[in-house]
Design a protein around this ligand. Structure first.
Ligand SMILES: Nc1ncnc2c1ncn2[C@@H]1O[C@H](COP(=O)(O)OP(=O)(O)OP(=O)(O)O)[C@@H](O)[C@H]1O
Ligand SMILES: Cc1ncc(COP(=O)(O)O)c(N)n1
Length: 272
């Protein structure tokens, strides 16, 4: 029997027991985009749509062994990082990514959950800036994350452009600054700065909803999946934006707080 070759991808992040963000959102999204997903769990969160109850960071030994187990058996085409918790984890991830061949790296520099919980300690931001960003093929901060990493305030579109240039100077090849937090604007607008200096905007309607738990994880996981299937970055970003628009606008009723997205609805450009 002939077996199907499928692209293999990796998410390095924290879990969300509520299933809407973190590793669970990543793997659900990757499954929807028809790639085989693997994971390195660096932290476990006790979480639901109302917030984060507790966090346990994994010891270095088990993080190292997860990388080793994957590297010895799988052929990972593209990897991504999400919640990395603290400096020690950032350094362990950097060490392992440099040790093994895990394809281009998409860095989603998760810092604070929608409900306000800290998912990266303040002192780890420096390690992300100086050790992780230089490895990134693409970095995908939201506005507050871009402000921290670029060490500047972002008040308007010109500031977004300056912050993206700073992030490129830190070593990220390509930069996507997500505009989900510009909530006073009528449309959702994300900004992209490519490695050749070209720019692009990803725009769409802004939906009035509380149900945006895991938007950042989801869009970066679509991008990882499309890249693994051989798409150019521009196309991967456009599929990501279309997927997120469909996943937000066709909302599902789960939980009592910031609800999760509809990960099923986007089917090759067709939503409900
Ligand atoms: N209310 C909304 N309507 C339309 N698009 C949105 C909305 N909220 C977020 N988005 C889009 O979702 C994507 C993720 O952006 P966002 O800024 O929310 O990332 P994030 O804060 O990292 O997400 P999270 O922390 O929830 O994982 C972007 O493409 C953004 O434009
Ligand atoms: C484990 C984990 N990773 C990422 C997020 C960010 O998602 P959001 O900002 O939507 O809460 C999260 N809440 N939990």
């Amino acid at each position: 029997m002939e077996e199907l070759e499928v692209p293999q991808v990796l998410t390095i992040a924290g879990t969300d027991s509520g299933g809407g963000a973190g590793i669970q959102a990543d793997m659900k999204t990757m499954q929807e985009r028809h790639v085989f997903s693997t994971c390195v769990v660096v932290a476990v969160t006790a979480q639901n749509t109302l917030g984060v109850l507790d966090v346990e960071v994994m010891p270095k030994r088990i993080i190292d062994h997860q990388f080793q187990a994957l590297a010895e058996d799988f052929d990972i085409q593209v990897s991504k990082t999400g919640m990395l918790a603290n400096t020690a984890v950032v350094e362990t991830v950097v060490e392992n990514y440099q040790k093994y061949d895990l394809g281009p790296l998409v860095v989603d520099p998760v810092m604070i959950a929608k409900g306000g919980a800290k998912l990266l300690s303040e002192d780890a931001i420096d390690a992300v800036r100086t050790k992780l960003i230089p490895l990134a093929y693409l970095i995908t901060p939201n506005l507050p994350e871009a402000e921290k990493l670029a060490e500047m305030e972002i008040k308007n579109n010109q500031d977004v452009r300056s912050a993206a240039r700073k992030l490129r100077q830190l070593g990220a090849k390509n930069v996507l600054i997500k505009g989900g937090h510009f909530s006073d604007q009528p449309e959702s607008r994300d900004y992209v700065l490519f490695e050749n200096g070209k720019e692009m905007e990803l725009t769409g309607p802004r939906f009035e909803t509380e149900n945006t738990h895991g938007t950042g994880d989801t869009i970066s996981s679509v991008i990882v999946s499309e890249l693994a299937k051989g798409a150019e970055l521009k196309e991967a970003l456009q599929v990501g934006k279309a997927f997120i628009n469909a996943a937000i606008s066709n909302g599902i009723k789960v939980g009592h707080g910031h609800g999760p997205l509809n990960h099923w609805v986007y089917q090759n450009g067709e939503s409900k």
